[in-house]
Design a protein around this ligand. Sequence first.
Ligand SMILES: *[C@@H]1O[C@H](CO)[C@@H](O)[C@H](O)[C@H]1NC(C)=O
Length: 333
Amino acid sequence: MYDFKNCVIMNRQTSILTLLVTFVSACGAYYFFKKRNSKRPPKKWRKLGYVKSLYIYPLKSGSYLDIQKVECGKFGFSLPAIENMYQLRDRSFMVYSEAHMEGKWIGIYNKMVLIALSSKDQNHVLLEAPEKYALCVEVPTQNNSNVKTIRFQSWSKDDVPIIDCGDEASKWLSQFLLQKDSGLRLGFHDKPFYNGLKMRKGLYENFGPVMLMNYKTMTDLNAKLEEKVTDAYFRPNIVLDGPDLEPFEEDNCVWLKIGNVVARNFFDCVRCIAITVNPKTGLRDKTREPLKELSKYRMSNGPRKGPKMGVYLEVINPGTISVLDEVYVGIED
Ligand SMILES: *[C@@H]1O[C@H](CO)[C@@H](O)[C@H](O)[C@H]1NC(C)=O
């Protein structure tokens, strides 16, 4: 027999419970967002782990430099200065299209991930790619007439300043990525500006100056994948690890102390098809992994929706960071 009365009571109990659960989790989310927006560093810290690796990507969407020590400024990472060498900064170069005056990324030209940009001397950088001649490019200096404005990316409405690096670099990039002599150009800028969601300043980073990833979270993902992935798929600046570190622990860390840098986690790093490009071959995974697996269980609560891997940090106290530096998380007062 169908017991209508009991069913109504059951439903009422269930909905009260649902309401309660929703309320509690909404409070939790509100509290977390509020913490994420607080500007005051906490007084107490707890050891979380250590810096496993540090990376910079002098060319946006290009190959990484695996480094031992960085200068961490409000606008992101730089390599420590070396005499008579151009000081590389994270994502200060970007490829853009001549016709649309728009920045380009791995999601459009996956082979970009194979392009290495390194320092050659005081004011030159070297462009290298598999089966291509190495090209020496002069780093332009800003003057009254050489700064153009382009659209940051196809998915973004933001305009960003850029200084063109000349025709030789344009030919080299167009040949490598388009098999043509023109169409793409190399741009540069080292002054900070607002980009992405206009929340935090950086160079050509998408949403924030520094991206931190938890190695244990990637390990958790790898356990679900047939083809294992590496740090390079996710393009972090800092990889955090530690004997007591748990997968996903970065989700609940707001304040972090890394070396002598104090930083604040303000935004989930929401992922897209860029992570389906193999950083060694430049080929896209036909089954859309690891993005597909990540989408099954690591969706961000927002404000930007999508599967997450890593968090963006706002740098409150700049400083230096070295591999093996201890990492601390702030404890609520
Ligand atoms: C500005 O810089 C560009 C190269 O980026 C150069 O060709 C041009 O002559 C410079 N203009 C002035 C006024 O210095």
